[in-house]
Structures are given as structure tokens and as C-alpha cells.
Ligand binder design. Sequence first.
Ligand SMILES: Nc1ncnc2c1ncn2[C@@H]1O[C@H](COP(=O)(O)OP(=O)(O)OP(=O)(O)O)[C@@H](O)[C@H]1O
Length: 297
Amino acid sequence: MTHVLQVESINRSFGDRQVLKEVSFEVTAGRMTGFVGGNGAGKTTSMRIILGVLAPDSGRVSWQGTPLTRQMRQRFGYMPEERGLYPKMSPREQLIYFGRLHGLSREAAQRNTTDLLDRMGLGERANDQLESLSLGNQQRVQIAAALVHDPEVLVLDEPFSGLDPLAVDAVVSVLREHTARGVPVLFSSHQLDVVERLCDDLVIIAGGVIRAAGSREGLRAAYTLPRYELRVDGDAGWLRDQPGVTLVDLDGARAVFDLAPGMDDQQVLNAALSRGPVRAFGPVAPSLVEIFREVNQ
Ligand SMILES: Nc1ncnc2c1ncn2[C@@H]1O[C@H](COP(=O)(O)OP(=O)(O)OP(=O)(O)O)[C@@H](O)[C@H]1O
């Protein structure tokens, strides 16, 4: 398979503590992949190994079917957990510097810098000293630094932490442009609501082991309970006596219920319709928070 960043059977220990165990997952071109896991689960360690900052004890990482080399990684964009900008330099100087470091011509580096600073809402602060910017704005510069050389692959460690909702949207729109051009994007986050909103694929890690991976919809479907929501005009209490129905929550006209295996949800819908108008009826998809809790149990 081409155009896929492949992490294959990575193991890594620190001393006698194994923190990554046979970690395998893929980041597909043109998709935003959210990497989620609790504190100490192994996200940063995995990302460092992808970028070659840290060596695995065994396993490998490949891009487009070829094991990564230093030269290939030069074309990657990486936002490390430990932010590494120069406090006395201006955002503009830093971004041009990083662009040049990754092989861009001066003109291309300047062009990309101007464009990115504008897109990130930093145009007016472009020439201020970085340390005079708010933390959220410094974070935007850090993200821009990972993007300035038009990377082939993007790996971002907690890019959204500390950003206000408008900044999150600005960053997401820039990242979406990269995915639209076929760039695979891997980002870690603790903000499950943000991940849920913007990722196409998900990788969930706990205790150094990949617990679940796949498309957001696929995971939701896999973890969907036989749980439904019904909203009617009157009282939905009659559901109590409906065969196969176990009420989970009843709030007058709104009910959440589980349906026994093999029961036909359409029978319940018909029963509801025979009593009056039905305003909503359908399966309840689990939130990412619920999936996350379940795989961490
Ligand atoms: N250089 C190191 N030396 C020793 N232990 C380390 C080192 N780096 C990471 N670890 C350990 O490896 C485990 C995984 O850490 P890692 O930073 O990858 O987790 P994480 O999922 O990124 O966590 P968080 O969400 O808290 O940032 C942790 O138990 C951590 O203490």
C-alpha cells in the first residue's frame, strides 16, 4: 500500500519498563488521524519514534512502503511536545528560518511564512518578539513552524492544547488544506470533543498497547449499543410494557432504551406511531468519551 505512514510492531522500553508493546497503526494520506490515550499511554513516545528522535527497540516505521530515512523525515512536519521556539526571535524570522532549514528557497520560505501567519491570525504580530505573545499565540506559531515547509507528512503532539475555539478552527482549516492535498496528519489530543469533531480516523492507545483503531464512523458503529432514542409528543412511559425494551432513561416525551437482541426496532417505531406523532427515533451513537472509557476498562 502506498501513501500510508505505517507504524509496525514497535516495542520500546525505558529501563525495565516497557512503554510501547507491539504498537502498529496506519496514518492514511489525506486523512486526519487522532491519536488519543490517557497520561503516560505512549503517544509522545510513539511520535518521537516516528520522527526518529527516539529509536525503537524493535519494529519499524515506513512511508509509502519504504522504511523511513533521515532524508525522508526531513520532509515531515513535526510539532514536538517540548515546544522549541526562540523567545527573542519574531514569528516571521523563526518561520523563515525553519523553512530554510528544511530546504526551502528564501522566496518560498518568505511566501509560506506570510501566508501561514495571516491564516493563523498572527499577521499583526509577525515582527514582535515571540516571548511577548500570549501562550496561545505562541502555540499558533509553533504549529506554523511544523507547516512552513509544506511537509509530506504531519505529526503534531497536542497541537490544540491551550488554543481558544476560534484558534482551533483556524488551525483545523489550515490542516484540512494539507489533508486535501494528500498529506497524512497524525495529531494527539486530550480534548476528545475536538478529536471527535475533526478526525477521520482514530487510534486509541492505553498502557502502551493499541486498543482500537479505525475510522471514526467504523469505531462508533462497532461500539454502538442496541440503544435507541425516541421522542414523541405525549408521555413515552408505555415503552415500559413494550416487549424487548429496557428503559434506560425516561423524561416525559423523551426516552432512551435498549432493545433486546433480535428485536425489530421498527416494531417499536410502529407502536409509537400508533400512539401519535414521532419527533425523533433512531440508534444512539456512542460518543468518543464513551468509546474511550470502554477501551480503557
Ligand atoms: N525518556 C524517558 N525515560 C523514562 N521513561 C520515559 C521516558 N519518556 C517516556 N517515558 C515513560 O513512558 C511512558 C509513556 O510516556 P509518553 O510521554 O509517551 O505518554 P503520553 O501518552 O504522551 O502521555 P501524556 O498524555 O501524559 O503526554 C510514561 O510512563 C513515561 O513516564
